[in-house]
Write a protein that binds this ligand. Structure first.
Ligand SMILES: [Zn+2]
Length: 463
């Protein structure tokens, strides 16, 4: 079995940060050694393996972390592979430090049956550069299927995705009875996109009256408004407190939702919060400059919201960061507010944006590891991944936390070929990535073979 020792770098787990080394043997992590750990035993192990590992890589000045688990991506396959596919986007993911992804169900056809989950897994097999898994979508009429899936097939999918408010793909669940049924499902997390549909419709009607078809992009946070987010999240949190649901509140974009979620967590510890790097980075000041390129759902809100989300990342109210990578072609993004679809590609910038925000805000790197990999592995009970720990799969990222890089169009691996982050100067560069013990990225370049495997999920029958 081939052994590789990464030594001289700073190990970052969700709990500690210190100089050390990681030993990879085959597809697993065989040892994690802190230089001042184990009463001198760790240092002895490092010296021993420096002498006998098949490959020794000096990563002095770099950080070594568990690979990212991005539980919120839209890779567009099947049905929209002109925008993106699992092969192209999973390669981009690696450069963002993401070694595992869970894809959302609003593909064509929508992933609303276990059969369609299996079809997507078959498409990813042998093509995905990162490890892959899929969420199962809820509709107004598949409650029986969801209950059966959560009860009997929990290892095959990540969680149950509910759109309480429509987005790309239109899988809106608006029947109160169905929602209560979904929130009563035990054993799997329920992921919810919260925006109140009626509020949005009203706001859009008012904006159309005023501007006709020429609605300025700056109106997006007025249309997909703060109120729409708060109303819908309040409803989801209320239901989750009522039913004890393992609710994963997706892409929180306002300070108010964060406050409500923090309070609700006290009553139901199974509630978790996701935000996206997009809300940690952009604000409503960017609509004039970026127009449709920064149009996503929920909308990017104010600088005060961004500051609150950064604070939540630091304090721990934010549990995970999902990229919400949602590519569209540039040509689709043209043509005005009403026709430009919502969503933006972002996964290739995932870890660099987080490291930049951490540097700007003085957020400890242990928090970054927690939100980037460990907590998602825990929420979705992903087998043997998401930790820098002996026995786990060797999904590892080595990054230079001090390297500065400007995002260029030429450097993007997305099929759609653009990003709202173009021109942004980011601190922190992904240099080496291991996926299942194989070097999938070397010197910032993706190697030629896909090493991704299917994720295996767990079930929690106690919640
Ligand atoms: Zn999404």
């Amino acid at each position: 079995m081939k052994t590789t020792l990464l030594y001289g770098g700073t190990l970052v787990t969700g709990k500690e940060c210190g100089l050390g080394a990681v030993l990879i043997a085959g597809d697993r992590i065989a040892g994690v050694y802190f230089e001042n750990g184990g009463d001198g035993k760790d240092r002895a192990c490092i010296e021993e393996w420096k002498g006998k590992a098949d490959e020794r890589v000096d990563v002095a000045g770099k950080i070594i972390m568990a690979g990212g688990i991005d539980a919120h991506v839209h890779f567009r396959e099947p049905g929209m592979s002109h925008k993106a596919d699992m092969e192209t986007e999973s390669r981009a993911a690696l450069l963002g430090g993401v070694t595992s992804f869970i894809d959302m169900p609003n593909t064509k056809p929508a992933t609303v049956t276990l059969e369609s989950v299996e079809e997507k897994a078959a498409m990813a097999a042998g093509r995905s550069y990162a490890n892959y898994g899929f969420h199962l979508g809820a509709t107004n009429d598949n409650l029986g299927e969801l209950e059966d899936a959560a009860g009997n097939h929990g290892k095959d999918f990540g969680g149950i995705k509910v759109f309480m408010g429509s987005s790309t793909g239109n899988m809106l669940v608006d029947s109160a009875e169905t929602l209560e049924g979904i929130f009563s499902i035990k054993g799997k997390p329920v992921l919810v996109h919260c925006e109140d549909e009626l509020t949005i419709r009203d706001n859009l009607a008012r904006a159309t009256e005023r501007y006709g078809q020429e609605i300025p992009f700056g109106m997006h946070p007025e249309i997909r408004s703060r109120r729409a987010c708060i109303l819908s999240s309040a409803r989801a949190l209320e239901l989750a407190m009522d039913k004890g649901t393992a609710l994963h509140l997706l892409h929180v974009s306002t300070a108010e939702e964060l406050k409500m979620a923090a309070a609700a967590k006290v009553h139901n510890p199974h509630i978790t919060v996701e935000t996206s790097a997009n809300y940690l980075w952009f604000s409503d000041k960017d609509y004039d400059r970026l127009g449709s390129r920064v149009k996503c759902n929920p909308s990017v809100k104010t600088e005060a919201d961004r500051a609150a989300l950064r604070e939540g990342l630091k304090s721990g109210v934010v549990d995970t960061i999902g990229s919400d990578h949602a590519p569209h072609l540039p040509s689709e993004k043209e043509g005005g507010y009403c026709s430009a679809p919502s969503g933006m590609p972002s996964i290739q910038q995932a870890l660099p944006v987080l490291l930049t925000v951490a540097a700007e805000e003085g957020i400890p790197l242990t928090r970054i590891t927690a939100v980037f990999s460990e907590k998602a592995a825990e929420i979705f009970r992903i087998k043997d991944r998401g930790r820098l720990q002996a026995g786990y799969f060797a999904d590892i990222v080595v990054a230079d936390p001090a390297a500065e890089d400007t995002v260029t169009k030429e450097g993007l691996l997305y099929k759609c070929g653009w990003s709202p982050y173009e021109g942004c100067r980011l601190t922190g560069k992904v240099e080496t990535v291991f996926v299942n013990g194989e070097a999938a990225v070397r010197n910032g370049t993706v190697t030629e073979k896909p090493y991704g495997r299917r994720l295996i999920f767990g079930q929690d029958r106690t919640r």
